[in-house]
Write a protein that binds this ligand. Structure first.
Ligand code: MG
Length: 421
């Protein structure tokens, strides 16, 4: 074996290439095999939507081109009115090259600064549209989206099951817990806030009394004892409670070593969130109601949470989700995306989860809609033993089965019809 010193290697590297490695030859060879130089010159021709209601309202977005290719995306949660917004965004897209994903996103965002582009429906609409652009870019280049996001850190993405239980002590919940175990999930979540708790004295204020806190502890204890020791358990409080309650509950749940306690208070007051986080050993998580990098900046700067939960179909899309995760990495904070969408949206999240180092686990929230879930895409069930596996297919690598998806269409709405008005 010939060992080259660092000095020799540098000296050789400085020499001009000769023969088959001459620079013009090399450049031509790269161009021959490089898809960007051979890809069809695409122009966006139309943008269409379809609205469905499964776990809340979702708006599916399709972006069409003059070469027959189309991309699909999905937005959710703040989705009311987004179909109309997507239709308004059409004027920024038609005639444009869809591969300039970030530039198109930024153009639409900046144009809406005086129209609510700081969050809410505006950014949710933009999220579904951005995901469709990435699907289109991947299809045009013949590459999976994760490859365009910088490549993958992992081949499969860990999923946790949101159990969507009303009362974890009920017989129906026992059946759900058994099903979740059988599916092979390594983590699950329950909700602790209960608007129907008979111990509540006030229908508006959510300061929890002793009986309510005891009820929460009994729920966690029961579920913890019903699932395998190695399965992780997260709990959600949906941002309903006050700071005092949040501290009490987080403290009382410390012995259960939760994966996290979610939205202990509403997300707006970051100082309050930081105060709660520093009062307990229970990991505190939040993020599903925050938008774009700016929504996470102060939260991370103030070390207010242990885990962030951006909703990729709401916070700005795939590129934004990745940027938020990268920002969190600088604070050594892991990312556990909120995800309540169809297999199309979940697969789009999976591409982001694969492309960042600090991914923890991603949500699945369609336990109450098993037939819609399994039939929504032509690929069938995408979660195997609690994981989504990324494939080598181009774009998102997944196609809607319209016959099934249309069963959830919102009555009175159109289905991917052109709206060129
Ligand atoms: Mg939540």
């Amino acid at each position: 074996m010939i060992l080259l010193s660092r000095r020799t290697m540098l000296k050789n590297a400085a020499l001009p290439f000769t023969g088959t490695f001459a620079l013009p030859t090399l450049a031509a060879a790269v161009q021959d095999v490089s898809t960007p130089y051979q890809r069809p010159k695409l122009k966006i021709t139309d943008v269409r939507t379809a609205q469905v209601r499964v776990h809340g309202l979702q708006t599916h977005v399709r972006i069409y081109t003059d070469q027959g290719l189309y991309g699909q995306g999905e937005s959710t949660d703040a989705a009311v009115g987004t179909a109309s917004l997507v239709s308004q965004f059409r004027r920024f897209l038609v005639g444009q090259d869809p591969l300039n994903v970030d530039a198109l996103w930024e153009r639409i965002r900046v144009s809406g600064i005086f129209a609510g582009a700081q969050g809410g429906q505006y950014i949710t609409a933009l999220s579904g549209l951005e995901i469709a652009l990435w699907d289109l870019a991947g299809k045009a280049l013949g590459l999976p989206v994760y490859q365009l996001l910088g490549g993958k850190f992992r081949d499969r993405v860990r999923i946790y099951c949101d159990s969507d239980m009303d009362d974890p002590l009920s017989p129906e919940s026992a059946r759900k817990l058994s099903w979740i175990k059988d599916q092979g999930f390594t983590a699950m979540k329950i909700d602790l806030d209960d608007a129907t708790d008979p111990n509540r004295f006030d229908r508006v204020n959510w300061t929890a009394n002793n009986a309510e806190v005891d009820r929460m502890v009994s729920w966690v204890k029961h579920v913890r004892e019903s699932i395998p020791k190695e399965m992780e358990l997260a709990c959600d409080m949906h941002g309903r409670y006050d700071a005092g309650t949040a501290k009490r509950v987080a403290k009382e749940l410390e012995p259960f070593r939760l994966l996290w306690l979610e939205e202990v208070v509403p997300p707006e007051n970051i100082d309050a969130m930081a105060d709660i986080r520093h009062s307990t050993a229970t990991p505190i998580a939040t993020g599903e109601n925050l938008y774009m990098r700016w929504g996470y900046r102060e939260l991370l700067q103030k070390n207010a949470v242990d885990i962030i939960q951006p909703d990729i179909q709401k916070t700005g899309g795939l590129s934004e989700g990745r940027k938020i995760a990268n920002l969190a990495q600088t604070y050594y904070v892991p990312v556990a995306p909120h995800c309540v969408v169809s297999p199309i949206g979940m697969m789009s999240s999976a591409h982001v989860c694969a492309s960042v180092p600090n991914f923890l686990v991603c949500e699945w929230h369609w336990i109450n809609f098993p037939d819609l879930w399994k039939g929504w895409v032509k690929e069938g069930e995408i979660i195997q033993k609690g994981y989504v596996t990324l494939t080598d297919k181009s774009g998102l690598g997944i196609d809607m089965n319209e016959e099934v998806a249309r069963k959830a269409q919102v009555p009175g709405t159109t289905w991917f019809e052109s709206n060129k008005a």
